[in-house]
Design a protein around this ligand. Structure first.
Ligand code: NAD
Ligand code: ZN
Ligand code: ZN
Length: 370
């Protein structure tokens, strides 16, 4: 057992706090990882606001790179000293999804068995719920060994750590879930870290046009840097009409985009995605809605009559062991600009301020350096 500093959301809606936590020594199947960097994702804010579940206190942070410090007795896949990106899909190999060969849907991904706990305060000893089973706004964290994906140790941690969640979710929403390829048109609604990653993934796959939609001009400018060919400011014009117009100008007869990726997580933007796609096109929902959200007034005949596929993308349908090393290689070759997602490097005490900046559209990713 050791004690380290970490960022915890103690109660619903309250600002996060830097506290001391207890990290157990790794048991069977577990690893302790010394965290180098961890990005601030919108999902951390969802946790703090009670939008995911009520299992407070949460140990936040889940987009991390670090170095394995110690492993449990039976662990063979990683060893102390390995540079790893942490993942929240440690495939179990035994659940229904794994058994039928859909490893990217694994319904029983592995997390650490032992619990990290609060070290101080009136609730000392309380078990922490690590965000997405990771909890990496911490000097060290305890995870399942399968959550450690070894990547090229020469890579910049702040950049490649983002593959641990948002950037992988966005790239995968385009390439894996949306099956974006050359010759397809793509629109991405919501250009935060996840949406811009979907833009970058679509550009990497050779799609054209790649249309970025946001209500914030700064986000649209960033999306262009990362590969968008067109932008739509949906606070100024109707995104459905604009997407249709841009696609029809490229492909005669097109009535929308082949793939529309929703990366906000709201009913109104999902509805825009639904109506902005071409006949038999694909909608990918990667934004995470809250439990009370509903899509009102969607005629079932429109669902039928427009055909195609309405999909959700969990973690970009990624397989970390396949996708992380491959994307890190593309980054090292200069073909995928992961540095472009890092807006700022901040300290462990700056997470609450980073949430504020996220609200004001000032950053793609703030990355905590530990
Ligand atoms: N499915 C997954 O596996 C997965 C993984 C990570 C994150 N997410 C989710 O993806 C979503 C985006 O995450 P993020 O970190 O990029 O968040 P973010 O806050 O950085 O980005 C959201 C973007 O949406 C834009 N936006 C807000 N309202 C809009 C509207 N009405 N129309 C157009 N754009 C609008 C904002 O300006 C911002 O640029 C969140 O819901 C997050 O929880 C999903
Ligand atoms: Zn499984
Ligand atoms: Zn995330």
């Amino acid at each position: 057992m050791q004690q380290v500093k970490a960022v915890v959301a103690r109660t619903k809606g309250a600002p996060v706090e830097v506290v001391t936590i207890n990290v157990p020594d790794p048991g069977p199947g577990e690893a302790v990882v010394k965290i180098s960097t961890c990005g601030v994702c919108h999902t951390d804010l969802h946790y703090r606001e009670g939008g995911i579940n009520d299992d407070f206190p949460f140990l936040l942070g889940h987009e991390a790179a670090g170095v394995v410090e110690a492993v449990g007795p039976d662990v063979t896949g990683v060893a102390p000293g390995d540079f790893v990106v942490l993942n929240w899909r440690a495939v179990c190999g035994e659940c229904r999804a794994c058994k039928r060969g859909d490893l990217h849907y694994c319904f029983a991904t592995h997390n650490a068995t032992q619990k990290m706990t609060l070290a101080d305060g009136p609730d000392a000893g309380a078990e922490l719920s690590p965000a997405l089973g990771i909890g990496a706004f911490a000097e060290k964290t305890l995870v399942a060994a399968g959550q450690c994906t070894k990547v090229d140790a020469e890579a910049r941690p702040a950049a490649v750590g983002l593959l641990g969640c948002g950037v992988m979710a966005g790239i995968g929403a385009a390439i894996n879930t949306g099956a974006v390829t050359r010759g397809k048109s793509v629109a991405v609604i919501g250009c935060g870290g996840v949406g811009v990653a979907a833009v970058a993934g679509s550009a990497l796959a050779g799609a054209s046009p790649v249309i970025a939609v946001d209500i914030d001009a700064k986000k649209l400018a960033k999306a262009v840097e990362m590969g968008a060919t067109h932008t739509v400011d949906s606070s100024q014009s109707d995104p459905v009409e604009e997407i249709k117009r841009i696609c029809a100008a490229t492909y005669e007869g097109a009535e929308g985009a082949d793939v529309v990726i929703e990366a906000v997580g709201r009913p109104e933007t999902w509805k825009q995605a639904f109506y902005a796609r071409d006949l038999a096109g694909t909608v990918v929902l990667v934004g995470v809605p809250t439990p009370e959200m509903k899509v009102p007034d969607l005629p079932l005949i429109d669902v039928f009559g427009r055909g195609g596929a309405l999909k959700s993308s969990w973690y970009g349908d990624c397989l970390p062991s396949r996708d992380f090393p491959m994307l890190v290689d593309l980054y090292r070759q200069g073909r995928l600009d992961l540095d472009g997602f890092v807006s700022e490097e901040i300290g462990i005490g700056d997470v609450e301020a980073a949430f504020e900046k996220m609200h004001h559209g000032e950053v793609l990713r703030s990355v905590v350096v530990l």
